[in-house]
Ligand binder design. Sequence first.
Ligand code: CP3
Length: 344
Amino acid sequence: MAEAKTLLRALAGETLPTPPIWIMRQAGRYLPEYRETRAQAGDFLSLCYNSDLATEVTLQPIRRYGFDAAILFADILLVPQALGADLWFVTGEGPRLSTITRQAEFDALKPAAEIHETLSPIYQTVRNLSGELPGDVALIGFAGAPWTVATYMIAGQGTPDQGPAHALKDENRPLFEALLERLTEATIEYLSAQIDAGAECVKLFDSWAGSLQGADFEAYATAPARRIIAELKSRHDNVPVIAFPRQAGAAYTGFHAATGADCVALDESVTPEWAAANVQVNGCVQGNLANTHMVTGGEALVTETRRIVEAFSGGPHVFNLGHGITPDADPDNVQRMIDAVRGG
Ligand code: CP3
């Protein structure tokens, strides 16, 4: 039998001599080949729904760098679109959606079971990739966590403090909770279909988890993740799951046990030494180099990369950035980081 892929070994709890490495947004605008394919597709959403071109951009960073894992090229906001929300991207600004702040807008959304028609090109991308990826590269599927996706659906765009979502939570909790419930069901459906199509593990992106405090963090970040993970694991033979409650801070401690996640992804606001002592003791961790090093490079990039590898060397670890690589990153710095991880 072929040796298991390094990403899957780390997610299973194995301490490896060299951590597997991939980076968030590895297929993205910092790469000239991505910009070229995106231009060919016309715009970002057309690229997401074009299975052949989405397959191509997913493979680009694998060819260029030899990462240990590929992440499906898609977006967390395709789920609201599949539920019936309008979605478009404004160049230089980001996503825009029709808003959900009133009962009638919520009532117009489709049931979770009806998302698959819109999302079928995404499942085709997953099938393409599972046939085309090199044998040692793992395929990661993903979705946004319900809270993070809800923040965009409620505000109709990205917000610095998720203010509109907090306001709806406080002013109309039944409607807010109904939206989270619909998103929880849709996320289970979506990830389950990705796994059926060939995703070997999945990642749940809760990019705005850090703005939930106390009981809200438990109710709207931890509880939905626990339910999604339990359901996926029961349907798909214990499939490994990476959870990313970004900016969770002290709440990273115990997140493995509270949700059943195999791996907890860390942003750069926690030190690797703290996270090794408080989070990695409970299971695999992923992270957590500041993405700014991909812009600034230099000796600090190498020093910080080595520090993270060293701090997490006593347990299961997947090397990654603390957040997605930005369009202004230098592709050469990505290679320097990989060399530093792999002992160069
Ligand atoms: O990581 C990968 O390479 C896989 C693909 C992926 C994308 N988005 C492609 C993308 C993944 C995993 C995401 C997740 C995502 N999308 C998140 C969670 C992770 C995070 O960054 O916090 C969020 C919040 C979104 C929503 C979203 N998509 C925003 C706010 C934006 C605009 C900001 C920006 O960077 O332009 C996007 C657009 C987006 N998603 C791009 C890519 C490659 C850039 C689009 C382009 O080519 O113009």
